[in-house]
Design a binder for this molecule. Structure first.
Ligand code: PHE
Length: 462
């Protein structure tokens, strides 16, 4: 039986698919919320430094490990460590983490889809009223939305890497970006928008607390889809002609560009709709910031293009966020799929049904944990408060395990697989790599200060 591994059809296809994974709810929702919460400009500054100095080398290493082994995390760690028992643990964690992240990501995707459905049916004003959010997250329509989301993800993943993932990303990513730029231009014309821009881009160094730094690193890892075996898995689908450092740079730039643009849309809008806001009030903003403010931004368009016009623009926007979420969700689920197919020898279809079924049940629990069922809403308590089932998954996997996975990968690549082998892999498709500054930086940073910084932040989170 010959089952040749699928490949992306082109370099740009790979970059778009990886960017499709990276650009998602984390950029459009998570980033603006985190920036608002963590002091605006100060957060932006630390975030950008983390992306280029810490995350980029990790991303490059993940892609290299994937291409070298042509395997997902479990297979990759196994192959490169020569079957070491210890090193199979980070491999397993690299498959479990995306599976659990898929659960909470699915919940958010379902919400986005629910918003889209409500806007299309003429309810933009209801969503913009500000009180609708709590009703929305406990409404039974969400179950129908969940079924639709699962069906779409299943459809793309059954079609596979080239015809599913790559094709979807090629159309959806550019459309999203154009739409975002247009919305930013509109928001910047609103009254008082400039105080939001100032808050967002001018760093106040006094705001750089440990929790800001923590938040920035977790957000950067999540946004770039690192520490989740995704880029290992996507790396396993590229050929030796692809220039990995360059591709990774493109992905990081796109991802950060989209996050920045989203910030430039949301924060000025928040300031414009609350002219008397004290930035300190933003420090406890949560995800509802976006779900409440985005509809307000769109409703404000009403004055210029009428209610229907505003609803159409809003619908297009949520459609694109929805697609960005889908390309991310697809990448998250591709990791365990690839594991079940490659290591456990299940067929792709069977692997998908197993995964979607189990993830679906957990997603159901997570959806119920916003007030619908007390057991899941008050699932447990720690860190001075009750935590829902959703919170627990989020805290464990987003805040803690992601950086841990990144930490282990750095050590693995530097001290087990060895830097010389990493260099050799990265020199494929990049004739000038050996001896370059980039090579020196990657080899040095991965083996020294990146794991140290991640480790401190990790301890700090605990
Ligand atoms: N990076 C995606 C986002 O920003 C989410 C994601 C996380 C995708 C982890 C894959 C893996 O929304």
């Amino acid at each position: 039986m010959s089952t040749e591994r699928e490949h992306f059809s082109s370099r740009i296809g790979f970059i778009l698919a990886a960017a499709g994974s990276a650009v998602g709810i984390g950029n459009l929702v998570g980033f603006p919320v985190n920036a608002a919460k963590n002091g605006g400009g100060a957060f932006l500054l630390v975030y950008a430094l983390f992306v280029f100095l810490i995350c980029l080398p990790v991303m490059i290493a993940e892609m290299a490990v994937g291409r070298k082994t042509a395997k997902e995390p479990v297979g990759a760690y196994n192959t490169l460590s020569g079957g070491s028992k210890w090193w199979s643990l980070p491999g397993l964690l690299g498959v479990l983490t995306p599976f659990m992240i898929a659960v909470f990501y699915m919940v958010l995707t379902v919400w986005i889809f629910g918003y889209l459905a409500l806007i299309v049916t003429g309810n933009l004003d209801y969503l913009a009223s500000g009180e609708s959010f709590s009703d929305f997250i406990t409404s039974y329509y969400l179950f129908a939305a969940m079924a639709v989301v699962a069906a779409i993800v299943n459809f793309i993943l059954v079609a596979g890497v080239k015809d599913g993932i790559e094709k979807a990303a090629k159309i959806l990513m550019p459309a999203l970006f154009i739409m975002l730029i247009l919305l930013v231009i509109f928001v910047l014309t609103l009254d008082n928008a400039m105080s939001g821009v100032k808050f967002f881009v001018i760093p106040e160094i006094s705001k750089l607390t440990p929790s800001v730094i923590n938040g920035a690193l977790a957000q950067a890892f999540f946004s770039l889809s690192l520490g989740m075996g995704i880029l290992i898995t996507y790396g396993s689908y590229i050929d030796n002609k692809t220039n990995i450092p360059n591709s990774a740079k493109m992905v990081a730039l796109t991802d950060t560009g989209v996050a920045f643009t989203a910030g430039l849309m949301v924060l000025p809008a928040v300031f414009s709709f609350n002219p008397n806001i004290n930035p300190a009030e933003l420090s406890d903003s949560g995800i509802s910031l976006i779900f409440v403010f985005l509809p307000k931004i769109f409703l404000a368009l009403q004055a210029t293009i009428g209610y229907i016009g505003a609803s159409i623009v809003a619908a297009i926007f949520f459609l694109l966020v929805f697609f960005a979420a889908i390309t991310s969700l697809v990448s998250i689920i591709e990791v365990p799929v690839s594991y079940l197919v490659g290591e456990r020898k299940h067929s792709r279809k069977k692997a998908l049904s197993i995964l979607l079924m189990t993830a679906g049940i957990l997603t159901l629990f997570a959806t119920l944990s916003f007030g619908m069922v007390q057991f899941f809403t008050e699932f447990t308590s720690y860190a001075g408060g009750t935590k829902s089932f959703f919170d627990v998954i989020y805290d464990i996997f987003y805040d803690t395990i992601l950086p841990l996975n990144g930490f282990l990968l750095c050590l693995f690549v530097s001290y087990r697989w060895k830097k010389a082998k990493l260099s050799e892999e990265l020199a494929k498709g990049n004739a000038n790599y050996k001896g370059s500054f980039i090579e020196k930086y990657i080899n040095f940073s991965l083996g020294t200060f990146i794991p140290v910084i991640i480790f401190f932040i990790f301890i700090n989170t605990l």
